[in-house]
Ligand binder design. Sequence first.
Ligand SMILES: *[C@@H]1O[C@H](CO)[C@@H](O)[C@H](O)[C@H]1NC(C)=O
Ligand SMILES: *[C@@H]1O[C@H](CO)[C@@H](O)[C@H](O)[C@H]1NC(C)=O
Ligand SMILES: *[C@@H]1O[C@H](CO)[C@@H](O)[C@H](O)[C@H]1NC(C)=O
Ligand SMILES: *[C@@H]1O[C@H](CO)[C@@H](O)[C@H](O)[C@H]1NC(C)=O
Ligand SMILES: *[C@@H]1O[C@H](CO)[C@@H](O)[C@H](O)[C@H]1NC(C)=O
Ligand SMILES: *[C@@H]1O[C@H](CO)[C@@H](O)[C@H](O)[C@H]1NC(C)=O
Length: 274
Amino acid sequence: MSPFGGWGMLAAFLAMLCCRGSNEKVFEGPEHLMVGFGEFQVINCTASCTDPKKLVLETHLNKTLLDSQAQWKLFQVYNISKDEELLCSFTCAGKQEMKVFNITVFYPPKQVLLTLSHTSVAVGTLFTIECRVPAVAPLEGLTVTLLRGTEILHNQTFEETAPFPHDAVVTHHTTAHREDGHHNFSCEAQMDLRSRGGGLVHRVSDPQRLEVKEPEPNYQMVIMAIVIVLLLLFVTFVFLCFVFSEKWRRGRTGHYPVQAAWNRLRRSHRAQPL
Ligand SMILES: *[C@@H]1O[C@H](CO)[C@@H](O)[C@H](O)[C@H]1NC(C)=O
Ligand SMILES: *[C@@H]1O[C@H](CO)[C@@H](O)[C@H](O)[C@H]1NC(C)=O
Ligand SMILES: *[C@@H]1O[C@H](CO)[C@@H](O)[C@H](O)[C@H]1NC(C)=O
Ligand SMILES: *[C@@H]1O[C@H](CO)[C@@H](O)[C@H](O)[C@H]1NC(C)=O
Ligand SMILES: *[C@@H]1O[C@H](CO)[C@@H](O)[C@H](O)[C@H]1NC(C)=O
Ligand SMILES: *[C@@H]1O[C@H](CO)[C@@H](O)[C@H](O)[C@H]1NC(C)=O
């Protein structure tokens, strides 16, 4: 036996230990995929060995084989309308193995509907912006942003995790500014499922325009103010007339008429004592 024989065997053993993993991926967890409702998913079924037997994708859904090679088969699975577990199974060295594809259906935002409570408002008037994103799930991944031009007016995220579709509705009350008339309002829905094996879906509403008018004067208030001013003018006029007429009379007699009569009476008494 050569002195290197033992080393050679050890090296071969170590090589076997270290490189087992490169071909075998037996303890892999399920692969998580997210698919839009009714859409398809491409699945690459790859065996852990280079010469697998019976490489199949087990599913009740319709599928087609797109491509294949010795170690893998590429399937397209159609019309996925609910959460599914697809099994990719194969036999390696007489042992059956499988890989799980855990598919979660989501409902991406297909429409973003923006509604302004008014088409035309006066500066300072309250109005409401409503954005509706119909039939989305999971709401958890959704952010709805209301915009004026490129400026963010309001941002909303959701807690709801229910897998069935819901309408997401965001309302924002605000008062009209002059600048509101110079920009378009819009609403953006963004569904971010990247942390859950999905993608990023982004949709924007049609732009909406708001006509902003200068505030209208309140005619009732204006009429009332005019009436009050006229009344005040009238009262002042009457008062001044009275004062001036008294002054004019005093200017002629030097006294008020009643007092003048009284003085005349007193003077006549003194002239003729009883
Ligand atoms: C399928 O996966 C295997 C292993 O990752 C890869 O070698 C092969 O190119 C893939 N096939 C396609 C069509 O992507
Ligand atoms: C599979 O496709 C065929 C026709 O292409 C259709 O008739 C059948 O209903 C489909 N099956 C499922 C489970 O979607
Ligand atoms: C897709 O699935 C739905 C419900 O499972 C079914 O009604 C419909 O016929 C299917 N469509 C196709 C093209 O297979
Ligand atoms: C598949 O995913 C769903 C939801 O994401 C989860 O509830 C379920 O436990 C997963 N199944 C497996 C086998 O991981
Ligand atoms: C609104 O959300 C977007 C994206 O999710 C984020 O980039 C932005 O900082 C948020 N803005 C506000 C005011 O919260
Ligand atoms: C607002 O949107 C309309 C289209 O609906 C577009 O023609 C117009 O240029 C936009 N105005 C501004 C200020 O972005």
